[in-house]
Design a protein around this ligand. Sequence first.
Ligand code: PMP
Ligand code: GLU
Length: 383
Amino acid sequence: MENFISERTKLLKPSATLYLNRKAKEMKMKGFDIINLTVGEPDFDTPWEIKEYAIKAIKDGYTKYTEEKGLKELREAICEKLEKENNLNYDLEEIVVSNGAKHSLFNIFMSILNTGDEVIIPIPYWVSYPAMVIICGGIPVFCKYNDKFKIDIDHLKSKISKKTKAIVLNTPSNPTGIVYDKKEIEEIAEIIIKNKILCISDEVYEKIIFDKEHISIASLSEDMKNLTIIVNGVSKTFAMTGWRIGYIACKKEMADSIAKIQGQTTSAPSSISQKAAYYAIKEGENLYKNMVEEFKKRRDFLVKNLPNIIKYPYPEGAFYMFLNIKDINSKELSEKLLMEKLIAVVPGEDFGVDNYIRISYATSIENLKKAIERINEFVEELI
Ligand code: PMP
Ligand code: GLU
């Protein structure tokens, strides 16, 4: 069989986040008292009203293909959201709904990359960006981070070449939880406009933010909006990871091209999930306010209780922390935490940083209390 597998897929590693989540769940099933801090998915259930709306959609017969770009009413709700919350005006034809933000990203890379085109990916990055660029024939070019774990501007400038097609910006960030300030985004926008490259702005954690407001880079100016492809979705904000709905907003020519790929591959996402996403986006804040407050409590709990020896960039959004314990190599540290303390985490190596690990605090405060006890023990044994 090996001979039949394409060179392109042989280059890929499985998604570390999904793989480690599966591994942790398997160990739990075998009876180990595992605390699973691997996967980034809200531990809350999808709000009941959203489920009811979807059930009604089934009963009402919304069980057929939709337009390739997605249900008109959903795209209208997305346009309204972007106008109201991000001060951005998009036309209905500039929105494409896909099977999760992951699929939106894949469609984008498929749509923009010729073989050998470069995409700048700031380190630390979400595990799937480089993998998707590679599948689509592109080359990931990594950009270093500064002392705040944000893009090192001088390094970014030095990495832009004639082959650069786009840069990925992810704020709030997976895996660090850092959030870019307006001034920092302006600085990046200036470079993007000067070099006429695209910005793929992954805003899936937009609403899971604690001390700040989210700023979409597209909202800075008309020039910047024209060069931005916004990626967002309902997975994180509304605890809807399994419904698989994400979307993009960008110039019509690009949206048309993305819709063409979608039309030839998946047609469109599930009509029922689109209905559910419509309800979620229309209702907005009422459905996620409590969940975000809970994430903030957990973030505060961890910041207060993690041992001082552990270093991390201060998390202002998403539900992750990126931890350094005495510079121990990330694979070794993850293995030790799993084997010695039954805590499952994701090694930083998979996000491009060797001596950090990622924890997801999308788990109960009880679990986090247990995790803190075990981490304290672990650190004491190290000293
Ligand atoms: N972007 C980032 C940064 C993520 O962490 C995730 C999580 N899976 C996604 C995109 C994709 O989310 P989904 O496909 O569930 O919408
Ligand atoms: N984005 C989440 C994470 O980083 C979900 C898993 C995935 O899609 O990679 O854990």
